[in-house]
Design a protein around this ligand. Structure first.
Ligand SMILES: C[C@](O)(CO)[C@H](O)COP(=O)(O)OP(=O)(O)OC[C@H]1O[C@@H](n2ccc(N)nc2=O)[C@H](O)[C@@H]1O
Ligand SMILES: Nc1ncnc2c1ncn2[C@@H]1O[C@H](COP(=O)(O)OP(=O)(O)OP(=O)(O)O)[C@@H](O)[C@H]1O
Length: 313
């Protein structure tokens, strides 16, 4: 038997995954984040505009195996060392949560998954949440399950997982689970910079609470922005409420924001989520990429590119 025949036989037995069994987990960026209230369970109510940047982890099925509906995970990529591939990894938690909704899980094929971890961990761009959402989409495809059952599972995995499941620009409210369409975005490019400090989300929310800052009203947004200057002007009327407490804990974040803001063509620079990743918005991909090259010399993690337009989702 030739190796081609062996591969074909293995495919026929389901022992090799089709190459299409892969999903991208895009970085989530909070263009603003207002804390509007607090629930009895300690979670904060938010008003935020989330978009997805052209930087992503990649999750794929390396092979399928005997039936049982179990999954194993292997990590690779520049940030794979910062995580463990055990049961606490959000990828496996998501697959288990999906399996638990299936009437006959023993009939599902086992999945050997690989996570190519390219987004920094605990960095305010929802990498773990995006991985969990990608795992739900990927396992549903591998197991032939409908996608419409995934949203309720996503909400049990973390506040950012619902928006990452949709993976398109969205207004986030409630604790993150109430999603509505974002204003239509103008063509523009984004630069992401992370100075290499891991920032735990609960610590920043707690620091915000301890600071005694008041709740803020929701933002007023138009239905669309025709150009980046209009969008940047409106965003300047908003804040990331988690930015001051994050800077108080990790002053390097302010240095990053100042460095991004000083780049030619930058219209607005701000922190995303609970930090430490900061973003800058630019008119062109060339400007954003030139800024990324200049800032990478500090050994900061940088990514830049055009924002995916609506047709990309
Ligand atoms: C800061 C954001 O990234 C903005 O998109 C999210 O609100 C955080 O999303 P996430 O990391 O998926 O959050 P979770 O894993 O659900 O929660 C982590 C911790 O953050 C705090 N948390 C999170 C979300 C929220 N609306 N209020 C909170 O107070 C809680 O202390 C919680 O224990
Ligand atoms: N696949 C995963 N990728 C990243 N983090 C994971 C993963 N699985 C579990 N975690 C844990 O989740 C925590 C949050 O990591 P993540 O990278 O999602 O943070 P974040 O970017 O700050 O998220 P957010 O913006 O949603 O607050 C970390 O403590 C990490 O150990």
């Amino acid at each position: 038997m030739t190796s081609f025949d062996q591969a074909r036989a293995a495919h026929a037995q389901g022992a090799l995954a089709r190459p299409a069994l892969a999903r991208h987990a895009l970085a989530k960026i909070n263009l603003f984040l207002h804390i509007t209230g607090r629930r009895e369970n300690g979670y904060h109510e938010l008003d935020s505009l989330a978009i997805f940047a052209p930087a992503a982890d990649r999750l794929y099925v390396e092979r399928t195996g005997a039936c049982g509906g179990h999954a194993i995970l292997t990590l690779k990529g520049p940030f794979g060392d910062g995580l463990t591939a055990g049961e606490d990894n959000l990828v496996l938690r998501a697959v288990h949560a999906l399996r638990a909704t299936v009437a006959d899980p023993a009939a599902l094929p086992d999945l050997a998954l690989v996570l190519d971890k390219r987004l920094p961990v605990a960095s305010g761009i929802g990498g773990g949440s995006a991985d969990a959402a990608a795992a739900l989409r990927l396992a549903a495809a591998a197991w032939g399950l409908k996608k419409d059952g995934l949203a309720p599972i996503a909400a049990t995995l973390g506040a950012d997982v619902p928006v990452c499941l949709a993976q398109r620009p969205a207004r986030m409210q409630g604790i993150g689970e109430i999603l509505s369409p974002a204003p239509a975005l103008p063509p523009c490019a984004i630069l992401l910079v992370n100075p290499g400090v891991a920032v735990p989300t609960p610590v920043v929310f707690k620091a915000w609470k301890d600071s005694g800052a008041p709740f803020r009203p929701p933002a007023r947004l138009p239905a669309r922005w025709d150009d980046l200057d209009a969008m940047a002007a409106d965003l300047r009327e908003t804040e990331n409420d988690l930015q001051p407490p994050a800077i108080a804990l990790f002053p390097v974040i302010e240095t990053v924001i100042e460095a991004i803001a000083a780049q030619p063509g930058c219209r607005i620079a701000r922190m995303s989520g609970s930090g430490a990743t900061c973003f800058g918005l630019f008119g062109t991909e060339d400007e954003a990429k030139a800024a990324a090259r200049r800032l990478a010399v500090r050994e900061w993690w940088t990514e830049a590119g055009a924002l995916p337009d609506d047709t990309a989702f």
